[in-house]
Ligand binder design. Structure first.
Ligand code: SF4
Ligand code: SF4
Length: 436
């Protein structure tokens, strides 16, 4: 029997207690300081219990269980719904300082209807037997000029014809102008970004030319919610606006958004993907980001009414009373996610779409696939990344993001490490503290 290599054992933040979690066997315990000392010293007084829970394990038996769970993971992923992104253009009416597409070229082209037809032809044949929905992405898909609007309407009608739901990632500026169209279509959700209230948002997400955007977006969100269109409200966060979360949470609560059945929220950490950002010093590491959110929430618990961050597996454990299934792969690219753009190219996901050198094939003017590259994406998980194979965090971390790993290490089969131990320590402290 050995102390399982999948055990995650660490302190709960701002507490004398620790936690012991084994995602492979699905067990989690809060450990008092005396027991924690035993574990550190390798002298266990609860041997029987630890064996039952898999904290103490037989290596061969554990390997068998690992293989079984891995097969379950692959099988269930193969039947998961596909999210298929389509970029109709890279043009945008905003000038956000942190836009990861700012280094991309060919910004003023738009697709022909023939390209849109080819896209639908490809996804409805290639992914014929998969559950799927389409997310329209940009640039900014909801632009006001007629040539853009006509193509979006054409796209939505094609999706309706094929019984496919649509999600849209938009900056929200022309949402009001699109509401009458959107409320008649199969819209699953619209993701809109607000980076704060008023000036904070306007400074970070102005129109090209500098004019403000906050009030018009808020109006669009109000109208969407009133028409039962789901809004997925995203906040892109860095050092510049993180403290503004308190005001944004209050704003959303006061406006009744947080009580709506049609609102979802997400926090996105601003990070550097492909191109250097001008405001590099504003960025936070993942750990800094969560530490900052943790201390803000401790002072202003109403933030949790607006959004409950995951803190690795903590939120899941709190809300479901059990651990999530082992995560052998955190990256959905080419498995449950694909991205296509108006140039006829196919990419693994939104992080690589449009990036020179990242195409995995074409759907227009003819179908071509770079099978070797696709296989490399498909094979990436914690069982093939050397660093992950013996990492005790692997089943919570899943190896991170392939695009980030590639940008850092120059190869896909490289780790993008998550500070899982620390995140769980903070999350358990926040969510299992009865005062919150
Ligand atoms: S490469 Fe990164 S952004 Fe793309 S699907 Fe994988 S995890 Fe997501
Ligand atoms: S990416 Fe890093 S933290 Fe995550 S499983 Fe691999 S080695 Fe561990």
């Amino acid at each position: 029997m050995y102390f399982s290599k999948y055990n995650i054992f660490s302190k709960i933040k701002d507490s004398d207690s620790s936690y012991l979690i084994n995602i492979l066997t699905g067990n989690a315990d809060i450990i008092d300081s005396a027991k924690a000392e035993e574990i550190t010293a390798g002298n266990y007084s609860d041997v029987d219990e630890y064996i039952i829970k898999g904290y103490l394990a037989d290596e061969l038996e554990e390997k068998k269980l690992y293989n079984e769970k891995y097969l379950d993971f692959i099988e269930s992923r193969d039947t998961d719904e596909l999210q298929i992104f389509f970029v109709p253009w890279y043009s945008c009416n905003f000038d956000c300082g942190y836009c990861y597409q700012s280094g991309y070229e060919n910004k003023s082209e738009i697709p022909t209807k023939e390209i849109i037809d080819s896209f639908f032809q490809y996804v409805t044949t290639e992914f014929k037997d998969r559950k799927k929905y389409i997310t329209i992405f940009g640039g900014e898909p909801l632009l006001s000029a007629g040539k853009y609007k006509d193509l979006i309407i054409y796209f939505l009608e094609k999706a309706e014809y094929f019984n496919l739901d649509i999600a849209i990632v938009s900056n929200g500026y022309f949402l009001t102008e699109y509401i009458d169209i959107l409320k008649t279509k199969r819209i699953r959700e619209i993701q809109i970004t607000l980076d704060g209230v008023g000036e904070i948002h306007n400074k970070r997400r102005p129109l090209r030319g500098g004019n403000p955007t906050f009030l018009k977006i808020v109006d669009g969100i109000d109208q969407a919610l009133a028409n039962n269109i789901t809004i997925n409200l995203r906040v892109v966060i860095d050092k510049e606006n993180v403290n503004g979360l308190v005001e944004l949470a209050r704003f959303a609560i006061d406006r009744g958004w947080t009580k709506s059945d049609y609102i979802k929220t997400q926090f996105g950490r601003n990070y550097e993907l492909h191109y250097c950002q001008t405001g590099h010093s504003k960025l936070m590491t993942r750990l800094e980001f969560y530490e900052t959110i943790y201390s803000l929430v401790n002072k202003h618990p109403e933030i949790l009414e607006f959004h409950k961050p995951a803190f690795s597996i903590s939120k899941y454990l709190f809300e479901n009373g059990e651990l999530p299934s082992p995560l052998f792969d955190a990256c959905s690219g080419t498995k449950t996610e694909w991205a296509f753009d108006y140039t006829g190219n196919i990419f693994a996901c939104t992080a690589t779409v449009g990036k020179p050198g990242s195409s995995l094939g074409t759907f227009y003017p003819e179908v071509t696939l770079q099978k070797d590259k696709i296989i490399e994406w498909e094979e990436r998980d914690v069982t093939v990344i050397d660093e992950c194979k013996n990492c005790n965090l692997q089943l919570a971390c899943g190896g991170g993001c392939a695009a980030v790993a590639f940008n850092r290490a120059g190869k896909l089969h490289a780790p993008d490490c998550r500070p899982v131990k620390e995140l769980i320590g903070m999350g358990l402290s926040l969510y299992f503290n009865e005062e919150n």
